[in-house]
Design a protein around this ligand. Sequence first.
Ligand code: NAI
Ligand code: MG
Length: 339
Amino acid sequence: MKKVTLIKGDGIGPEVVDSALRVLEAAGAEIAWEEHLAGISAVDRGEDILPETTLESFRRTRVALKGPLTTPLGTGFRSVNVTLRKEFDLFANVRPSKTLIQGGRYEDVDLVIVRENTEGLYAGVEHYVDRRHHYAESITIVSREASERVIRYAFELARSRPRRKLTLVHKANILKFTSGLFLEVGRELSGRYPDVEFDERIIDAMAMQLVLDPTRFDVIVTTNMFGDILSDLCAGLVGGLGLAPASNIGADAAMFEAVHGSAPDIAGKGIANPAALIQAAALLCEHVGQAKVAGRVQSAVERVVLRGDARTPDLGGDATTAEFTAAVIEEVTSGVRAS
Ligand code: NAI
Ligand code: MG
């Protein structure tokens, strides 16, 4: 039994996480969950927003499944997501986008964004220059070390996929040092991966090309802010946030979640789409060496979404979270029986 830290999260978090847990169990995942609190639900129970017991569990298990966390506006609370990424040095944010619904906006999209997750414009080096607050500046940080590890991760990922293509996205024509360094490291590393087709694009042209024809891309690697924007764009190409999973990968720890947030507008209504969190749970299974289970879960989600009779409202259907979950469990169980 693999021990995994579980954070159900806020808003729709518990609804979609419970759905994922039931699907994993039906698929035969061998995981012992250590449930801990974080976020507003922790604060509501009189705990810290990120309790030490939660951190202690994750330090031991090195793997976590996390529902979305509400980040309160205003001061006094640090973002728990940012704290976790920093504490465990989760350097690559990996976000696959795959067409599940044929006949939608684009057929056959199957790409993965690998976003640098620890520096860039998210380094938090930002301040007012003068006392009257008329000038502010933000500093972007790019290091050779962080660039190398995330680009190497992207090359390895591209190598493991059938098309073996990697596109590095940059703005080195303007940001000659920071984006320039990232590009330079990518070019250097490409020499060590002769079996991967390496390509480079400037961010603005890349945005246009993704909208014109996303099927020509396979793995995309880029710096933190560009990756943040492009990954939401890519979620939109394939049906929206209800279908978009994410993994945060470090050298010796990983955290799996949905791209979406706690969706307070639909929390408690039983209509949230659990597909993003279920797919994140499948990625987790693959990460802990349970690839068969992962494959079963992912293809069951794909079949149910494609079939169309159990789609949740965000995908134009009228199924509840429970109905979608039941349909996926039925697919998973028939898969288990067949194998
Ligand atoms: P959101 O992703 O929670 O919601 C945006 C829109 O998408 C809403 O209309 C929502 O109903 C819909 N939506 C999202 N997930 C859905 C699902 N699974 N099924 C059906 N519809 C879904 O983004 P928002 O409203 O900007 O953020 C709410 C809170 O979540 C904020 O406190 C924010 O900080 C937090 N957040 C947390 C994240 C995380 O923990 N990784 C990521 C993004 C936001
Ligand atoms: Mg974002």
